[in-house]
Design a protein around this ligand. Sequence first.
Ligand code: FES
Length: 186
Amino acid sequence: MRTEEKQRNHGMIEMTTRQADEITPAFVAEADELVSHYPVSKRSASLPLLHHWQNHFGFVDDSGVEWIAARLDLTPINILELVTFYPWFRREAAGKVIIRVCRTLACAMAGSYDVKEKFCEAVGLDPHSEHHGFGSAPPTTADGKFSVEFVECLASCGSAPVALIGDELVENIKPADVASLVKNLQ
Ligand code: FES
């Protein structure tokens, strides 16, 4: 059963279940394999383990922070500070498909603000809603299908404007292309 966020209360997130209770032996084996790449300093495995966790569960709850910290002989704050610093990581669920539109210079000049607005309109999100970071999920449709957010340079400046749709990089996007791109995702 997927862990669900219940509510926010004074900055704490109350959960109905703990993700750590759903860990499988295969998950642990993969985590151990990742840690083995860093024999000098296990702490260096913090980001790989966070990616592993988020790829598996969709986001990182308190139990994930605690589990990763314990696995690396760290304290939970050492992991929590990474989750709240890097916008890639989340403490709450995002949409099934995340549309990340680049807003750095080349893409901005090539029209990525218009492209992002079109993506929001196509999936039914307020184009002016913002992603506040610090572990929060990007704006997400009520049905949980889509999230849309701005990101910084996706290292494809020569084919601006670009977006990462799920794991796929889409280049040279024109605002007029967006509706059909979203339709193909439905
Ligand atoms: S500025 Fe958008 S990919 Fe580099």
